[in-house]
Write a protein that binds this ligand. Structure first.
Ligand code: XUL
Ligand code: CO
Length: 437
């Protein structure tokens, strides 16, 4: 059965094309900086937004029909979603998908039955994968939706609930291994607190780390060789979430000895909620050897919540791709953790969303290539710190200088010359030149 009727395979037609069902910039085989675009940009479909989310929000019910010809809440529906998802990925040339356990099947009251359903659906997904080049990018367990996680999963006050979190992680890891996933994600949506009046922060952090250590031990024992990822987010649904941003998550991973097995999954909209830019979060990862995967979306600066929009901001995509390429690339990929706006409720809108997102990141990559080849930014930044290449500066960098010596140097000078200009406007001009030349 064809679900996306009338929608052709989406091909690259170039920037002059006016065909809304064509890529204008994403040209999978085009060589950019020494390798095909598709290798720079391993795009993934997010099962939850694409195949499950129907536009329901806090004020209104769904607008989109995601039944795919079956009754929601049944295994027939779960299978129809697989069929629709594979048709979607094949039509768009998307080679990866990401999933939460409960995106795949309806959750039963008894976890044994949920797990049986997961076995059945993953057999079906494996069958569908055969003969295609579609693979799993990462899997995860939804440890935020069910009421049992009201006080957290790893951070819960209930040892029994903690065991359910462990059981879900174990199963989701089994599924990730079964489907050949590159990574496994922890997004701690309920790992945080509303008020310190009822919270033992130290105990909760220790317990989250214990759970992650058990996940690593189990994952490695069943043949999971990929990266574990923390996906930082500062708030929403909790007022304060422990994985606030990249720097906080990296500190946590190091403190608890998890940094060898984990990297980060950086989501653009989460970065902006934390008061950072997307590219800032990527830079923090890159300089710490933690560049893992990306949840590609964008927020709205007028709104203080996670709007998960399909990315269209080419400036941000350019700066992000510049960081990623210069940082040596991702070990994961680009998962579109993005959803259509509620009034964009048709099947065509789903396709437009992905074309938009894929073209935006392709443009970002092409611009990053130009920025790197022109070298204006790199050259400027290198030159900016030139005073540390000789004399007292060189001694500071060598680690051999003492505070006394530096103080003597300052006294000798009496008053330093102003440091070289930051030249922000000159560099922004150079960036615009690359974007619009
Ligand atoms: C929520 C979010 C999640 C994670 C996976 O803000 O981004 O969908 O990506 O649990
Ligand atoms: Co996400």
């Amino acid at each position: 059965m064809e679900f996306f009727k009338g929608i052709p395979e989406i091909r690259y037609e170039g920037s002059a094309s006016k065909n809304p069902f064509a890529f204008k910039f994403y040209d999978a085989e085009k060589i950019v900086l020494g390798k095909p675009m598709r290798e720079h940009l391993p795009f993934a479909m997010a099962w939850w937004h694409n195949l499950c989310a129907n536009g329901v929000d806090m004020f209104g019910s769904g607008t989109a029909d995601k039944s795919f010809g079956a009754r929601p809440g049944t295994m027939e529906h779960a299978k129809a979603k697989v069929d629709a998802g594979f048709e979607f990925m094949q039509k768009l040339g998307i080679r990866y998908f990401c999933f939460h356990d409960v995106d795949l099947v309806p959750e039963a009251d008894d976890i044994k039955e949920t797990n049986r359903r997961l076995d059945e659906i993953s057999d079906y997904i494996l069958e569908k994968m055969q003969g295609t080049d579609i693979k799993c990018l990462w899997g995860t367990a939804n440890m935020f939706g069910n009421p049992r996680y009201m006080n957290g999963a790893g951070s819960t006050n209930s040892a029994d609930v903690y065991c359910f979190a462990a059981a879900q992680i174990k199963k989701a890891l089994d599924l990730t291994v079964k489907l050949g996933g590159r990574g496994y994600v922890f997004w701690g949506g309920r790992e945080g607190y509303e008020t310190l009046l009822n919270t033992d922060v130290k105990f909760e952090l220790d317990n989250i780390a214990r759970l992650m250590h058990m996940a690593v031990d189990y994952g490695r024992s069943v043949g999971f060789t990929g990266d574990f990822y923390i996906e930082p987010k500062p708030k929403e649904p909790m007022k304060h979430q422990y994985d606030f941003d990249a720097a906080t998550a990296i500190g946590f991973l190091r403190q608890y000895g998890l940094d060898k097995d984990f990297k980060l999954n950086i989501e653009a909209n989460h970065a902006t909620l934390a008061g950072h830019t997307f590219e800032h979060e990527l830079r923090i990862c890159a300089i710490n050897g933690m560049l893992g995967s990306v949840d590609a979306n964008q927020g709205d600066f007028l709104l203080g919540w996670d709007t998960d929009e399909f990315p269209w901001d080419v400036y941000t995509a350019t700066k992000a791709m510049y960081e990623i390429v210069k940082g040596g690339g991702l070990t994961g990929g680009f998962n579109f953790d993005a959803k259509n706006r509620r009034p964009s409720y048709t099947l065509e809108d789903m396709v437009y969303g992905y074309i938009l997102g894929m073209d935006t990141f392709a443009l970002g990559l092409l611009n990053a290539e130009k920025l790197i080849e022109e070298g204006v930014i790199e050259e400027f930044v290198k030159h900016k710190y030139a005073s540390f290449e000789s004399g007292i500066g060189k001694k500071i960098v060598s680690g051999k200088a003492t505070l006394k010596e530096l103080s003597e140097h300052a006294e000798k000078l009496g008053k330093p010359a102003l440091p070289g200009s930051g030249r922000q406007e000159y560099l922004e001009q150079a960036l615009n030149g690359v974007l619009f030349r």
